[in-house]
Design a protein around this ligand. Structure first.
Ligand code: PEP
Length: 255
């Protein structure tokens, strides 16, 4: 992490876990667990827990995010949620392009870009996920792939809007598998992402943008990953569902 030039952010991605009742319980444990944080703390919850999360986190250092957003403003899109709906609830962040959305819900680089633009236009902060599959890593195309995903996701996103964009490097083979990228692998790809940001927006924007690592980050490996200069935080799945584990990762990012 390089806290002198950019914000360190630890964001939890709860995925499809916790009812609103269970969310209340977890958030009541998270508030004391992260209150000493010297980094930004975000929890991205299912839509059904957002109201509860916004209400309980008001006046604390926990920021609330959603896990997805639709790109249209309104209309006949049964089951979808717009960016304005999230803003109206008091939601601040949204994840777009998570690999589970790409894998199970036909998300493409183009729809990731549309979601990012819609979210930014509504005033949200956006966590854009990119990352290669195991086959792509073995084929030696990780860097090209991640460069392409980043470029397409950010098409028509302005340098000014980049102040509200976070990139999460999440190798698909490391998500929910217990298999973490080595700190060298995480550093290499996070640095490659920063290089693309430099090409697109110039050095100042590249240096100011938070690039997270995500993929089985936990209390045991957070220190080593976060000490790499281009790893500015983490997007945390499984370990964000336990207050002590999430608190320990936040503590690692607060050093
Ligand atoms: C994620 O869902 O973004 C993630 C990184 O999950 P996990 O930490 O469980 O691998």
């Amino acid at each position: 992490m390089n806290k002198a030039t950019r914000k360190a952010i630890i964001a939890g991605n709860w995925k499809m876990n916790k009812t609103a009742t269970e969310a209340k319980e977890l958030i009541s444990q998270l508030i004391p667990a992260v209150k000493q944080a010297d980094c930004e703390v975000v929890i991205c919850t299912p839509f059904t827990s957002l109201c509860t999360a916004v209400e309980l986190c008001r006046g604390t250092n926990i920021h609330v995010g959603a896990e997805n957003v639709h790109f249209e403003k309104s209309g006949a899109y049964t089951g979808e949620i717009s960016a304005d709906m999230l803003v109206d609830l008091g939601v601040e962040y949204v994840i777009v392009g998570h690999s589970e959305r790409r894998q199970y819900f036909a998300e493409t680089d183009e729809t990731v870009n549309k979601r990012a633009k819609a979210a930014l236009a509504a005033g949200l902060k956006v966590i854009v996920c990119v990352g290669e599959s195991l086959a792509q890593r073995e084929q030696g195309v990780t860097e090209e792939l991640v460069r392409m995903q980043t470029k397409i996701a950010l098409q028509d996103v302005s340098a000014e809007e980049m102040q509200r964009v976070v990139i999460a490097y999440e190798p698909v083979w490391a998500i929910g598998t217990g298999r973490t990228a080595t700190s060298e692998q995480a550093q290499e790809v996070c640095a490659a992402i920063r290089k693309v940001l430099g090409e697109l927006y110039g050095q100042a924007v590249a240096e100011a943008t938070t690039v997270q690592y995500g993929g089985s980050m936990n209390a045991g490996n957070a220190d080593e990953l976060l000490e790499k200069p281009d790893v500015d935080g983490g997007l945390i799945g499984g370990a964000s569902l336990k207050a002590d584990a999430f608190g320990a990762i936040v503590a690692a990012a607060s050093k």
